[in-house]
Design a binder for this molecule. Structure first.
Ligand code: DX5
Ligand code: ZN
Length: 227
């Protein structure tokens, strides 16, 4: 996929119907999702548990766009091959998940995936400065990871700092947590290009009423364009 800095919406299937992932993925893509964001949680790095490699592998044939897998697990390295085998296009690891993020990013690329590096709200932008050349994306969390539907934490200063560090390198800036039509313009203006949204996309819709997903995504795009 050629690099571009246009705004991309990545619905988080954490807010989808867990009994119906295939149809949910098709519904959001039909309605204009740019990427599909898959939240992997281990009940250890974060206080919640979702799914692992076999589930992600089962999602793969349904994803026609780009499968963006956000690991909220520690350790990461023993599972990298399993997520490559599951078909992740982007694999994102947190700097807080272990002492060797540099090695982790090398291993992710070495396994043939794009590599993302994530920062919790309490972690400074400086934590990614020395690994930017190993990263295809920096994920700046705007909630403490673990759950959908939490309140947005303003990280615009961090987004600007990372955007400046990146310069003209081809590295995406992704925002995750509390993104909705109110907060999306703030993060887009600060320099983010990939917006993850769970509750703000799935709210009010279903696979029977997928047009609600489309309208929810359009509301985010409109709010950004109106700024
Ligand atoms: C939070 C996850 C997010 C979450 C976002 O730990 O990483 O991807 O699903 O959900 P909303 O958009 O509802 O804040
Ligand atoms: Zn996420």
């Amino acid at each position: 996929m050629a690099f571009d800095r246009s705004i991309k919406i990545a619905p988080s299937i954490l807010s989808a119907d867990f009994a119906n992932f295939g149809q949910e993925i098709r519904a959001i893509e039909d309605q204009g999702a740019d990427w599909v964001h898959v939240d992997v949680m281990d009940g250890h790095f974060v206080p919640n548990l979702t799914f692992g490699p076999p589930a992600v592998k089962a999602f793969r044939p349904h994803v026609k766009t780009f499968m963006d897998v956000h690991l909220m697990i520690a350790p990461v390295d023993p599972y990298i091959e399993a997520y490559a085998d599951a078909g992740a296009d982007m694999l994102t690891a947190h700097v807080e998940a272990g002492p060797h993020i540099h090695r982790t990013l090398q291993a992710i690329r070495g396994a043939g995936m794009q590599a993302g590096v994530a920062l919790n709200p309490g972690t400074s932008a400086e934590a990614v400065r020395d690994v930017l050349d190993l990263a295809d994306m920096v994920l700046i969390m705007t909630v403490n990871p673990g759950f959908g539907g939490q309140k947005f934490i303003d990280m615009t200063a961090k987004i600007r700092a990372v955007r400046e560090m990146i310069g003209d390198r081809e590295i995406h800036i992704q925002i995750d947590g509390g993104v909705d039509p109110k907060t999306a313009p703030l993060v887009a203006e600060a320099g983010a290009d990939v917006l993850v949204a769970g509750s703000a996309v799935f709210r009010g819709g279903s696979v029977e009423q997928p047009e609600v997903y489309g309208a929810n995504m359009q509301a985010i795009r409109d709010a950004i364009a109106a700024r």
